[in-house]
Design a protein around this ligand. Sequence first.
Ligand SMILES: NC(=O)c1ccc[n+]([C@@H]2O[C@H](COP(=O)([O-])OP(=O)(O)OC[C@H]3O[C@@H](n4cnc5c(N)ncnc54)[C@H](O)[C@@H]3O)[C@@H](O)[C@H]2O)c1
Ligand SMILES: O=C(O)C(=O)C[C@@H](O)[C@H](O)[C@H](O)COP(=O)(O)O
Ligand SMILES: [Zn+2]
Length: 392
Amino acid sequence: MTGHKSLSVDLGDRSYDILIGTTVLAAAGKLMQPLLKSDRVIIVTDENVAALHLARLERALDDAGLHYQSIAVAPGDTSKSLDQLGRLIDQLLAAKVERSTTILALGGGVIGDLAGFAAAVTLRGLDFIQIPTSLLAQVDSSVGGKTGINSRHGKNLIGAFYQPRLVLADTSILTTLPRREMLAGYAEVVKYGLIQDAAFFTWLESHGADLIEGDRPALERAVLTSCRCKAEVVAADEREGGRRALLNLGHTFGHALEAETGYGGELLHGEAVAVGMVMAFDLSVQRGHCPPEDADRLRRHLAAVGLPTGFADLPQRHWDAERLLDHMGRDKKVNQGRINFVLARGIGEAYIESDVKTEEVMALLTSAISQSDQLANENSAADMTSRATLGS
Ligand SMILES: NC(=O)c1ccc[n+]([C@@H]2O[C@H](COP(=O)([O-])OP(=O)(O)OC[C@H]3O[C@@H](n4cnc5c(N)ncnc54)[C@H](O)[C@@H]3O)[C@@H](O)[C@H]2O)c1
Ligand SMILES: O=C(O)C(=O)C[C@@H](O)[C@H](O)[C@H](O)COP(=O)(O)O
Ligand SMILES: [Zn+2]
């Protein structure tokens, strides 16, 4: 008997459940068994997660009498590449997968996106199950069926909408997640409060720090609230014809920052989204649509938990507004050459705006970059002064 919570994503004959709790990994084999087309599964994971959690999943599959093989790829966003996708599909075919074989994605968002896309295209579609192991994957990427990889032209530009058959989110697995990754996932949790749940944002202001430290009830509440929000939005607009774009709050800016830093771990997706959400709020304030106090409140909360909020907190480089704007022009929300932005009327009230002029975005980026450059200059002048004082 597992004491988990259950939600469902209502998509007609592609509906599926999200099971959340601390015993779902141990019971994974039995929980998935009724959905399997045969007793054969292939686990796709990354090397970090394999070392920590693969044996537990294998035991759970043994308990249900399932047959499995495992494939582990290198950790990190660089694995969301065409090369890695090709290698993974080749390994699946070499293992003689059949249409009745189910893929289990055991890992963070990288594994879910990569394995989900491989499942979507191998033999024109294998069933797959998400077993998210990072906070980000438990609150966001394992739900909703966006699968895919990055291109040299930008983030997630190659992919498919392809829904999993089941999501098993075991919050006890997060105890091994490094703090930086926990924080990155937390940025996507905050996103739900900003989009449509001001009360949740207020709750996060009091409980966010505990949640990041691994407080079980707080974590479970955050995963449940986030998944509930995502499931509802996805059920209403699976293929992002409209409302689903709200889940992209902060991502137009964030993906541009990620593209600029490369996908090698210098800047994590959630960190980029944190800065991107602040920029989206700043743009909303600049347009006169959002009270400045709400943007300040967001900035204060992200900074309080230790997330970056602007260029000054990002890896140091020559940030260039034109280049960032060029990346933003490849966003999937671009329509007839215009970028659709997700903006906010305040905390808990995001909306989609198609009428943002390039000059407005340039003005915002240029001012943010120059403020950060000025701060860096002041810091380095102060540093030189203190060294000179110490040396005298
Ligand atoms: N499909 C979607 O809807 C969606 C939503 C949000 C983000 N994403 C994508 O997800 C990716 C980011 O996901 P992520 O933040 O999970 O990154 P990730 O998959 O790279 O995982 C983060 C790191 O933590 C490690 N890890 C994962 N679980 C662990 C655990 N329990 N213990 C110890 N280490 C663990 C991984 O090995 C990795 O090094 C990005 O590529 C982003 O674009 C997709
Ligand atoms: O599920 C969605 O819809 C989202 O936008 C969730 C985002 O957090 C996620 O990063 C997603 O992968 C972004 O999608 P993209 O289409 O903008 O690449
Ligand atoms: Zn995201």
